[in-house]
Design a protein around this ligand. Structure first.
Ligand code: MLT
Length: 264
């Protein structure tokens, strides 16, 4: 799908046919983190997996604002027909929460994948600033070294090909793009009070060994959203869509198949 946003021509990668699923990636990644899940869903859905601003595949400048990322995703939603299934992984989930705050009318069902509703506390904000300094002094490679053990479970980290695929995605990110993500996440609003107001069918997913968004926190997030379901992905760490794509695609496929069905 090609469209204009802020004077730039944007090409959103898409595959398959059927109801629209819009998959939002996390930090420090791009839309390719969804490839294995998207391939499995493309037999039943049209799957769109955009790169956020500041990526090599997106010429829109990154401004360090979660609101600006949400503006970008909203402009894709504006071009789609209701009801769209929206799935946000981690930072992508923070953007999904922002779209819920705006009550974007095109979202028909929502999946939060390894994400959190709380804002950064003071310690987390300091860590973001530390990562921005690391980026400035040591570059993107140092971010890859620091993030890989947080993204993958110890078992998955032993699989050299998976680690290499994740590293390759991180290493193609720009300094500007990653600094923008860190500022956007550091300054994002707390969404805890928003959860009980979410009025679309919602699924929450977390890896059993996720260190960033734990099972307990994700389960609590699901409990706070009316009617939300929770699925734990066995043995996986934070990056479930790349570690366990079959299990994530199964959970998303079953959920969106029922929740995006038109009323009869
Ligand atoms: C992500 O996976 O998008 C980030 O690690 C989330 C975060 O650091 O808050």
């Amino acid at each position: 799908m090609i469209f204009d946003f802020e004077g730039q021509s944007i090409d959103v990668r898409q595959m398959g046919e059927g109801p629209d699923l819009l998959l939002i990636h996390g930090y420090p990644l791009d839309g390719a983190m969804w490839s294995s899940v998207a391939r499995r869903l493309a037999d039943r859905f049209r799957v769109l997996k955009p790169d956020l601003p500041g990526r090599t595949g997106n010429a829109v400048a990154a401004s360090g604002s979660l609101n600006a990322y949400a503006d970008f995703i909203a402009s894709i939603l504006d071009r789609l027909e209701w009801p769209v299934g929206l799935a946000g992984f981690s930072m992508g989930g923070y953007i999904g929460l922002e779209l819920m705050r705006r009550r974007h009318p095109k979202v028909g069902a929502l999946a939060f994948v390894d994400t959190r509703a709380v804002a950064d506390d003071e310690a987390a904000k300091m860590n973001r600033d530390g990562s921005i300094s690391t980026l400035k002094t040591q570059g993107v490679e140092a971010i890859a070294d620091a993030m890989l053990p947080r993204l993958l479970s110890p078992e998955a980290a032993l699989k050299g090909d998976l680690t290499e695929r994740v590293r390759r995605i991180i290493l193609r990110q720009t300094h500007e793009g990653l600094e923008s993500d860190l500022r956007a996440m550091r300054d994002r609003a707390d969404s805890t009070a928003l959860l009980p107001q979410i009025a679309v069918p919602t699924l929450v997913i977390a890896g059993e060994h996720d260190l960033i968004s734990t099972v307990a926190e994700s389960q609590a997030m699901a409990n706070a959203i009316p009617g939300a379901r929770f699925v734990a992905i066995p043995a996986a760490g934070h990056l479930t869509p790349m570690e366990s794509p079959a299990a994530v695609a199964k959970a998303l496929g079953e959920f969106f198949e029922t929740s995006l069905k038109p009323e009869v």
